[in-house]
Every structure is written in C-alpha cells, then in structure tokens.
Ligand binder design. Structure first.
Ligand SMILES: [Zn+2]
Ligand SMILES: [Zn+2]
Length: 309
C-alpha cells in the first residue's frame, strides 16, 4: 500500500460555530481535524465539524461494508471542541466503536465523568451511556503515548518513559500519538497532539497562547514537524488593542503562530481557530499577513485536505 498521510479540516472556527454568506469560503464549523495515516484515521477534537465527518464516515463504512470505528483525541473540554460529539451519528449505532482519549480536567475524577456531566439531561436529552455504540473513554497524560501497531486492530497506550515499559519495535509501529500539556489556556490548560507516521509528523496546537521568546516546550515538541496546525485567533493589532486586549484569553496571534513555526523549523503552518468575527475577507488578510511572517503558511478552511505524503 502506498504511504498515505493527510490532514482534512472539518472545522476551523474557534469559540463558537458561525454561519452566513460572509463565512462561506473558510467555513464556520468549530474545531475538528481528521488525520488519515496509513490504514488509520484519527479525529482531533469533536467540535461541530465532527458532525459532517461522522456522516461521511458512515457513508464510507456502508459502501465498504465495515463497522464504523472512530478514534477521537480531545484537546480540552471547552464546548467549541465538544459540541459536535452528541450529534456525531456513529455514537448512536450499536455496531460502531467510539474510542475517545482526553485529559482529566477541573474537579472531575476522569475525562469520562466530565463528558457525562455535559452530555446529560437537562443539557442534552440523551445521556452518554444511552448512546448505543461501544464506547471507550481513556484519560491520557503527557507520560503516555498511543501506538497503532501494524496488523493489530486496536492501539495500545503505554507509559513511554517508565522503566518497566517495553516500547514497540519502530518497525511494528504504523502510527503513534504523543501529547503535551500546555498551561497557557484558561483555566485547565490544553493538550497538544503530535501524530507520527512513516517518519512524518503532524502537530495540532489549538487554543494556546505565546510567551516571551516563544513557547519553548511547544517549540521542542513540534521540532521539524512536517505540519503545524496552530491557533491564530487574532492579529497582534487585535491582541494588543486597548482597553480590550485579548492577552490572557489563551489564544495566539498570527505572529505568535509564525514565531513557533520558525523556531520549530516546521515545513508547513496552518493558521487555525479563527475568531468568529473574522469574515472571509478578514481571513484573506490573515493569510497575507501569515505569508509575510512564515512563507509556507495557509489559513485552514473547512473541507481542505493537505497531503503530508
Ligand atoms: Zn477553542
Ligand atoms: Zn478553549
């Protein structure tokens, strides 16, 4: 099988979904990015964009006569990254498997407990446990990595630095997923994910803000990545505007995103998590600014697929 590694954007809008003629070219769905790597499909976040992906996935499974399997990695528990989950049709299907990894946050005992609070009456009519798919929820930490091994249907999650852990032979790994906890997103932080396949790397760094001289940990985590998807909700002008500066909101500017891309020496930068107020014309201007700051950059838009290999 020819190597295949691609990124498809199903939702790029931050904070809340938007609709209207002024948002048609870049789209208005909230975050969901689908990474296809070899035989695997990894879904990053479950914003409203996951609804369209769920329907596309079901059509493909029906055509190929296979049971739906969805592996979803959640960055954090803000609603714009979860709002699509109760509308993700595979989660209602008894023949489907839905596996979700995410961080334990706030005062909840587990990632699943937090989801159970939000996907439950009176906030939503159907509690999570009544949705009929086979569901598995896993708390992930920076110490873990998830390995998809060749010839094995389900991945394994390992404590990658523990002395008792026997890491898989690199030859046996089809895809690996690593994460880094960012502390620069209120109030519980955010998980940044790195997906590695066939020597190539995609990093998904949404809902993150910068630091003086750049985020050093993120720079190291994303070093030499082939693709960096980075929060670029604002421009520096908006970020610094007084009296309503967005400093401390936990989001980056185009300039901050480009700075990480340069320092980390990534090959391609996607500007992501667009402000709900940014119209198509405003995002065209963001794209131009992005190219001045980092030449191989592009504004992410719903429906765009980028081939890493
Ligand atoms: Zn967000
Ligand atoms: Zn957030």
């Amino acid at each position: 099988m020819a190597p295949h590694f691609s990124v498809t954007f199903y939702g790029c809008r931050g904070s809340f979904p938007v609709a209207g003629p002024q948002f048609q070219r870049y789209g208005g769905a909230s975050p969901c990015v689908v990474v296809r790597a070899g035989t695997r499909t990894i879904i990053l976040d479950a914003g409203s964009g996951i609804i369209a992906h769920g329907n596309a996935m079901l059509a493909e499974c029906k055509k190929n006569k296979v049971a739906p399997v969805a592996d979803i990695f959640i960055t954090h528990l803000h609603l714009d990254h979860l709002i699509g989950l109760p509308y993700f049709n595979p989660i209602y299907m008894p023949q489907a498997s839905v596996n979700i990894w995410g961080p334990r946050m706030g005062s909840y005992d587990s990632f699943e407990a937090a989801l159970n609070t939000f996907i439950h009456p009176p906030f939503f009519p159907v509690p999570l446990y009544e949705m009929q798919s086979s569901k598995q929820f896993t708390d992930i930490t920076e110490a873990h990595a998830v390995y998809y091994l060749k010839g094995q249907s389900r991945p394994v999650m390992l404590l990658k630095h523990h002395p008792d852990t026997v890491l898989p032979d690199p030859e046996d790994i089809e895809v690996e997923v690593h994460c880094m906890r960012g502390y620069n997103h209120p109030k519980s932080g955010v998980f940044i994910y790195k997906i590695i396949h066939d020597g190539k790397t995609v990093v998904y760094a949404t809902d993150t803000e910068g630091y003086v001289h750049g985020d050093q940990r993120l720079t190291a985590f994303a070093k030499d990545a082939d693709v960096l998807i980075h929060d670029a909700m604002y421009t520096n002008n908006r970020y610094l505007s007084m009296p309503s500066s967005t400093q401390g909101y936990g989001h980056s500017t185009v300039e901050i995103a480009a700075g990480v891309a340069r320092r980390a020496n990534v090959k391609k930068l996607f500007l992501f998590h667009h402000d709900p107020g940014s119209t198509d014309d405003a995002l065209d201007a963001v794209g131009e600014l992005g190219k001045q700051e980092f030449e191989n950059s592009e504004v992410a838009r719903d429906g765009l697929t980028y081939d890493v290999i």
